[in-house]
Design a protein around this ligand. Structure first.
Ligand code: ZN
Length: 341
């Protein structure tokens, strides 16, 4: 089996990890906006809990012992990872045999939610004895991808923890979780990384130094999202030209975007125009790259329409038509500013 090596923890997550390890909670909810490392921190916490030789200072996982190795190769008997199947595939975690066979045989698609079957396995896992004698860990990510049935099954286990099992839930939308789940966990909010720290990290991931600042800005300060933009071939130059291309109605500016990404890019533009309209600094674009801000009413209408589009963008009826409609609406919104008296 091919394995995906775990990159070292980003600098801005080291202190949070040390803070978490100093405390005794058996169920943590790590929360904060996407793209700043909930999953990475959750995995580092699980690895530290299970490590056979954790560091003297801070207690982080050693990275070399049998337990750390088993996590590295995704076969640790005392770690249960609960994720939507698409996330497991993306992050290199093996699916259980039956699920993999069903997907291979095209009986169904990989799930975008945490499946009830997987939760049942996790409940069973929580009740077994630890294989390596250092306790067990259930990692849930993104925790907001549990439906009510799955969440209630987890809740039972959280309420009556059996023996030596610990939980770490990581969420990018914690407000979507059942309040009863939130109240059973200790909450921990991830800090935003410093800009300089995030840029240095991007450069260390092979992003050209000249592009790091612009991509980080395009990602609204979220380093993982910036890295994803870099790897998807987003050029900082094209990003800076994007607002004006859209106000000209140039569909080409979105042609290499999947519908969900296209909606996301337009939402950033709409956000920045609203900010500028309210006298604030733009977040995703340079002020000089933005067209004149349309009226608040026009922007509010556009924002609402983009939020609706975001809900259907994962499975659009016709991606090409959707992009054309998005650009056409953006263009008329942006040009309404020019017509204002
Ligand atoms: Zn170790």
């Amino acid at each position: 089996m091919s394995t995906m090596s775990t990159p070292p923890l980003t600098p801005w997550l080291r202190q949070p990890l040390a803070d978490l390890l100093r405390q005794r909670g058996h169920a943590w909810l790590l929360q904060g906006p996407s793209g700043i490392g909930q999953y990475e921190l959750a995995l580092a916490l699980a690895a530290a809990w299970l490590c056979e030789q954790p560091a003297q200072e801070g207690g982080a996982a050693c990275g070399h012992c049998a337990s750390c190795h088993a996590i590295e190769v995704r076969t640790h008997a005392d770690l249960c990872v609960l994720m939507p199947e698409v996330a497991m595939q993306e992050l290199g975690w093996p699916l259980d045999e039956k699920a993999q066979a069903d997907i291979d045989d095209k009986k169904r698609k990989a799930s975008r939610e945490i499946r009830v079957e997987a939760m049942r396995d996790a409940v069973g896992f929580a009740q077994r004895t630890s294989a390596r004698g250092r306790g067990k860990v259930v990692l849930v990510y993104p925790a907001e991808r549990m439906n009510t049935i799955t969440a209630n099954a987890l809740l039972k286990t959280l309420e009556e923890p059996v023996g030596d099992v610990r939980f770490v839930l990581a969420s990018e939308a914690a407000w979507q979780l059942l309040p009863t789940i939130r109240s059973r966990c200790l909450g921990f909010t991830l800090p935003w990384p410093e800009t300089a720290e995030a840029e240095a990290w991007l450069v260390a991931q092979d992003v050209p130094p000249a592009d790091a600042a612009a991509l980080l800005r395009a990602a609204g300060g979220r380093p993982s999202d910036a890295l994803r933009l870099a790897r998807s071939g987003q050029s900082p130059k094209a990003w800076s030209l994007f607002p004006k291309a859209i106000s000209r109605g140039d569909v080409g500016a979105l042609s290499d975007h999947a519908p969900a990404q296209a909606v996301g890019a337009l939402q950033k533009l709409c956000h920045d125009l609203m900010a500028v309209g309210n006298g604030a600094e733009p977040r995703f674009f340079e002020a000089a790259d933005l067209p004149a801000a349309p009226s608040r009413l026009a922007l509010a209408r556009w924002s609402k329409s983009l939020a609706n589009a975001a809900r259907t963008a994962e499975h659009p009826f016709n991606a090409g038509l959707m992009l054309e409609a998005l650009v056409s609406e953006a263009r008329s919104t942006l040009n309404s500013a020019a017509r204002r008296p």
